[in-house]
Write a protein that binds this ligand. Structure first.
Ligand code: SF4
Length: 442
């Protein structure tokens, strides 16, 4: 086996893997995942794991995305008409990465988006993703209907040159989708922002989807810069009633075909998935995707398991995300309490990240990912010892745990228990009973 130090004779991580080359990115991923570099290389060669790593993203700490690896989470940020401060967004990025987000999607949709995107790729250690269709109107400063297929491809090229590691493109819908949606069988039509823009462009211009028709041109760009393609699911269900319907499955079949076409170009692929899905349909959705898309890593947007909890959709998504990841999804897009309601603020972002981390971690334990349960076992030891500092150290959000304990201390300030049970603390009673000590309750 060759190593990347001996040769750079490859285009993408997938190309290297297929040539038997272990890149430095594969070595780093192997260390993080407690696998051998050869195992990671083999997974990347097969397309079962992706290492999104644009050659121009020099600050990247690479991560592997695949159902047999630790479940990763993505955080959506970016400037918009209602939030124009780059510095505030950059602070959110730093805080998201420190809380454990492995990817940041820059969904900027206002002003000059390039400086923020370039800053992100220059400074951010997490993977950076974008949705070029969002940026097309802004970059060209022309209304959607006046844009040409070349205009869309140009924006893909600019994002690739700027250093983004993965791009979401909605290549799976075609003019046939227009008729399906117009038939009115769906309650929520298309809820994907990018998908709705592509759909609207097709309706207004009468042309075929440029991200489908020009897919090979896009792949050439992605291969040159090693940009991973994230095949967007324009027809992801936007409510439980639309879940697993013909629109969703037909698009998925096309995404499976596009996956194979991308792999022929040595371009790494992720496939995006639902959406709003009843709990009992999630595992089946994951299995169908794995089969139709040949085991490509699945990137899910939720799934949200009920439609009636606005304000709490970080919870509905975490329930669905945990089930999805345990059944094979590799990558979870965070959902915040502001979903369906407003732009998330700093607290919403934090709640969304922690909820997604809990879902990802719960799934990793269920899947038996190496080392996944170690922190839980340390927490159990710390709880048995009533060692609060050790408990805060293993907690996913130790700061909040400390704040809650400190704000409601037990009556006896020196008590090793907490105010939940006070002197009736089961842990304290058991520790004392087992060591033959007297147990004072009154
Ligand atoms: S007081 Fe109750 S909740 Fe608190 S540590 Fe003891 S057993 Fe646990």
């Amino acid at each position: 086996m060759e190593t990347s130090k001996k040769t750079e004779a490859y285009t993408t991580q997938m190309d290297a893997a297929r040539k038997g080359i272990v890149t430095k990115e594969m070595e780093i991923v192997a260390r993080k995942e407690r696998r051998t570099a050869e195992e990671i290389r083999a997974l990347v060669a097969e397309g079962k794991a992706a290492i999104p790593a644009n050659k121009a993203h020099k600050s990247l700490s690479p991560e592997g995305i695949g159902s047999m690896l630790r479940t990763k989470i993505n955080v959506n940020l970016g400037v918009s008409r209602d939030c124009t401060d780059y510095a505030v967004e950059m602070k959110k990025v730093e805080s998201a990465v420190s809380m454990g987000a492995e990817a940041i999607m820059d969904l900027s949709s206002h002003g000059d988006t390039q400086p923020f995107r370039r800053k992100l790729c220059a400074e951010c250690s997490a993977m950076v993703g974008t949705v070029p269709v969002y940026d097309s109107v802004i970059h060209h400063k022309r209304d959607l209907a006046t844009l040409t297929a070349d205009d869309f491809v140009d924006v893909v090229r600019i994002h690739a040159e700027d250093g983004v590691d993965f791009i979401t493109i909605h290549s799976g819908i075609t003019r046939k989708t227009i008729e399906q949606i117009k038939s009115g069988k769906r309650k929520m039509n298309i809820v994907s922002r990018g998908g709705s823009l592509v759909f609207a462009w097709m309706v207004m211009t009468g042309n075929e989807n440029p991200f489908y028709e020009r897919f090979d041109d896009i792949l050439d760009i992605c291969e040159k810069h090693d940009v991973t393609v994230s095949l967007g699911d324009a027809c992801r269900p936007g409510c439980l009633a639309d879940a697993t319907d013909a629109c969703q499955i037909e698009e998925l079949v096309r995404l499976g075909e596009l996956t194979e076409r991308a792999w022929k170009h040595n371009v790494q692929v992720m496939v995006e998935g639902p959406g709003h899905v009843p709990l009992d349909q999630i595992a089946a959705n994951m299995k169908v995707q794995q089969t139709i898309c040949h085991g490509a890593p699945f990137y899910v947007l939720g799934p949200l398991v009920t439609d009636i909890a606005p304000g709490y959709d970080h919870i509905t998504a975490a329930i669905g995300g945990a089930v999805a990841a345990a059944a094979g999804a590799a990558f979870l897009c965070y959902v915040t309490p502001a979903e369906h309601l407003a732009l998330p603020n700093v607290d919403d972002v934090k709640n969304g990240i922690i909820s997604s981390k809990i879902a990802a971690h719960a799934a990793d334990i269920a899947k038996g990912i190496p080392g996944a349960r170690e922190a839980d076992d340390r927490m159990a030891d710390a709880r048995r010892k009533l060692d609060w500092e050790a408990q805060f150290a293993c907690a996913l959000d130790g700061e909040t745990a400390r704040m809650i304990r400190d704000s409601r201390k037990p009556e006896d300030d020196h008590s090793e228990a907490c105010s939940m049970c006070g002197k009736f603390c089961a842990v304290r009673s058991m520790n004392k009973a087992l060591s033959g000590e007297y147990i004072d309750i009154l």
